[in-house]
Design a protein around this ligand. Sequence first.
Ligand code: FES
Ligand SMILES: [Fe+2]
Length: 385
Amino acid sequence: MLQTQQPVLQRFWYPVMYSRELVEQPKAIRFFGQDVVLWRAEEGRPAAVIDRCMHRTARLSLGWVDKGQLRCRYHGWAYGANGACLAVPQVGGRPPAGQPRLPAFHCQERLGYIWLCKGEPLHPFPHIPEAEDPGFRLVHEFIETWQCSSLRVLENVFDMAHINYVHLGTFGVAGQDTPPKLDIEEFEGGFHMKAHFEVANPDDQKRNLGIPGERTTRTLDKTWYLPFGRRMRITYPNGVVQVIMNWAVPMDDDRTLMVQFALRNDTEADVPAEEVIAWDRKVTLEDKVVLETTEWDTPLEPVRERHMPADRPSLIMRRRLKALLEAHGESERTRIQSNFYEQGPVASVPTSPGSQAGMDSTASEVSPAGVDVEALEGRPTRIAS
Ligand code: FES
Ligand SMILES: [Fe+2]
């Protein structure tokens, strides 16, 4: 999927920068393949429009803010928060004829971030119970660019099978190959997923969690927010709860803005935020190095890659994203012509009850239409192991 070429994906809320960074000067960002400028309009409210003046195409982010209006540095034309050109200084400050407007974005400020949405939002802002709970503190962790698609990031944060490979330097346990049982329940805006598993507990985590042993367990309660948001609530045996929130914001087809913050039910005196961030950075950098090697035109069609039962969350995401596109008159835009892993015909997936779905296709099963996604997703019971 070429993520910048599917307009419906823009009709969701995405955090794009820290509120504290949007002050006097306009700020340029990249959002779904577009240059966008943000500034503080009337009463300090955030505003965002395409970063290109309608006069001679200069970047508006080079300009300045004057009484809430964004002024172009080239000839001083003035813009309002809805993208309307309000004044042309060279004609006595009148607006241009026809009340032209630049494409504008919905903006809101929440949890210390500026959030954008293009067009009418398809879902309300996600409910994050811990963000309203005074027993939790908010820790801003990082915003950075990852050289991969946003779908790869989201699949990764629901992928329980990579932990004991990618994260052996942090919380992975070598040799623990069987992924935990996943309990998944879909809802209109995504799905909930529950799991329980054992993790390594190295020295920095011993301090961060107040748990002494070499191993501990995590009880996970995760939510996927269509299309690229996640909440992960981790409960440890001693009652410490850490919620990690991620949004993977498409910048271009091959680039993602990775936004991560945490909510914890302990205090700064228990564990300084910088220690929390240092550990979570170490974990996510283990993911980043692998994800940046993946193909960024991430296919929604299951036939394009091979799968295993533990890929159930990712297969649900692909099915739901495909349905989302179709419900809005779109189809998957892609540059992929064939499978990544082989040249030639597309192999099907064995679906007999005893088989390892998707793992052992052979040439005799070749069929372009042969992937049984329902079997791979395990509905209703097959892949719940
Ligand atoms: S290019 Fe912006 S005012 Fe001329
Ligand atoms: Fe990971």
